[in-house]
Design a protein around this ligand. Structure first.
Ligand SMILES: Cc1cc2nc3c(=O)[nH]c(=O)nc-3n(C[C@H](O)[C@H](O)[C@H](O)COP(=O)(O)OP(=O)(O)OC[C@H]3O[C@@H](n4cnc5c(N)ncnc54)[C@H](O)[C@@H]3O)c2cc1C
Length: 432
């Protein structure tokens, strides 16, 4: 029987396994060096915040795997011996595969800062990272301050986690405004204010120079590049982005860029080896999308796609319109289509912000044709399927603004702002 081996038990690897099982009787093994069972990485923060236990983050009961004849193996794969179709584990064990799926995810970036490997310096990616953070920062008696380095989605989650235990946070953000390389200025500036309102010591345009050690090799502070200022702290959180977790593949003969290079069928340069999820890098970007996309739903889509190909129905990866969502403390964010931080010459952005400074939208459209190209919403919930359809139907911005209330899915008694937004659009009073 053909043996499919999957390295990585995250959303992409597990989705591939589930779909291969639905489509076939093949032998399936999933390997992970992290946890015995699949859990929702996006829910890690809620464990620290006390909203969930680790057990609650597992989407499937532990009996699911045996019932579905998916073998789980814990261990770290040190190398892929492609000519023999074997995996070599760090303990020297080898196992054979017929087809291999690499689904090894990401690792937090480290940029060679002095002190980056001290005790008390943590990424926020794995279950092991979470356990380490719990140990270093259990409360504000043991941990007097944390310095977070890197202002993206994971950085702000970490800030929220620590704030939930009243641990003071200094947040170093290289850009002049939070997530300013992704969000238009109006949105990014609203988030700066929101972060500060949550008593975070937000330092914009600020870089880490060095992490300082005490006599036991533990973090005692950081030095700021621009000013030389020393900030005392007991923990440093490194959240300056992630990159594919592929160091162990250097000797494997698999074509690597920043990630594992794949074609549209998610095939690598070596027969019977595929790569999916955060670690896969498209040779050619798909439309405006990045060649590597470290988001949950694209991992899931790649898992479904590769399962079809492996089971004899070759399928191209077609992710459709870009969308994403996140949360910045109390403000929910959704994006559909493309709203670039700096609009193109051919584009117009319409920006509306509520006076309470926690809700805003930016709508992007083509200047000449009025074609709607994307929307960012903050503090208002909009339906994915509606925007997906409007993007496919190539609707005009006028249509979208007139029908905005059809996309809203805030709970029944929430105040609705669409008439106000449509009116502002008509008058273009707050156009930027
Ligand atoms: C804190 C946090 C919050 C997030 N929030 C969101 C969100 O709100 N929305 C969103 O879209 N995305 C979010 N993401 C990103 C999302 O979680 C990832 O895109 C997704 O989990 C990647 O899935 P994956 O299957 O590609 O890899 P992973 O989930 O990283 O799984 C890979 C697994 O492979 C294992 N592994 C790696 N190398 C080896 C090896 N050599 N041998 C054995 N095992 C190995 C790893 O230990 C890991 O368990 C978040 C990420 C983090 C860290």
């Amino acid at each position: 029987m053909e043996h499919i081996v999957i390295i990585g038990n995250g959303i992409s690897g597990v989705t591939a396994a589930r779909h291969i099982r639905k489509l076939s009787d093949k032998k399936i093994t999933i390997i992970s060096s992290e946890t015995a069972h699949f859990f929702s990485r996006t829910a890690l923060m809620y464990i620290y915040m006390g909203h969930m236990k680790y057990e609650h983050t597992k989407p499937y009961e532990d009996y699911f795997w045996k019932k579905n004849r998916i073998e789980l193996k814990q261990g770290y794969v040190k190398n892929i011996l492609a000519t023999q179709k074997e995996l070599l584990f760090s303990d020297g064990e080898k196992i054979k595969y017929d087809k291999l799926i690499i689904a090894v995810g990401s690792k937090p970036n480290k940029f060679g800062w002095p002190g980056q490997d001290l005790k008390g310096v943590h990424g926020m990616y794995s279950k092991q990272d979470l356990d380490a953070i719990e140990e270093t920062a259990p409360n504000n008696k043991v941990c007097k301050r944390v310095v977070i380095v890197g202002g993206g989605l994971i950085g702000i989650e970490l800030a929220e986690m620590l704030s939930s235990r009243n641990i003071p946070v200094t947040f170093l953000v290289r850009e002049e405004s939070f997530w300013g390389s992704v969000l238009p200025a109006g949105e990014s500036e609203m988030l700066n204010r929101h972060i500060k309102n949550h008593h975070i010591d937000l330092r914009l345009g600020t870089n880490l120079k060095e992490i300082l050690s005490d006599e036991n090799g533990k973090v005692r502070g950081v030095v700021i590049e621009e000013t030389g200022e020393e900030i005392a702290c007991n923990m440093v959180g490194l959240t300056a982005g992630v990159s594919p977790n592929i160091d162990f593949l250097k000797e494997s003969g698999i074509d690597l860029g920043r990630g594992v290079k794949v074609n549209r069928f998610l095939e690598t340069n070596i027969d019977d080896i595929y790569a999916i999820g955060d670690c896969a890098e498209q040779h050619q970007p798909i439309g405006n999308r990045r060649p590597i996309e470290a988001v949950w739903y694209t991992g899931r889509m790649m898992g479904e796609t590769v399962a079809q190909t492996i089971c004899g129905n070759p399928l191209e990866y077609k992710p459709g319109h870009w969308f994403n969502s996140a949360k910045f403390f109390d403000i929910e964010y959704q994006t559909y289509g493309w709203v670039f931080a700096k609009k193109k010459d051919s584009e117009e952005h319409f920006h509306w912000k509520h006076e309470d400074d926690t809700k805003c939208i930016t709508v992007a459209f083509e200047k000449d044709s009025s074609l709607f190209t994307g929307i960012n919403t903050f503090g208002l919930r909009m339906r994915h399927e509606v925007f997906d359809r409007w993007l496919s139907e190539k609707r005009s911005v006028h249509f979208v603004m007139e029908n905005l209330s059809k996309a809203n899915f805030d709970p029944e008694f929430y105040k609705k702002f669409e008439p106000q937004i449509a009116e502002a659009f008509k008058n273009k009073t707050v156009s930027v």
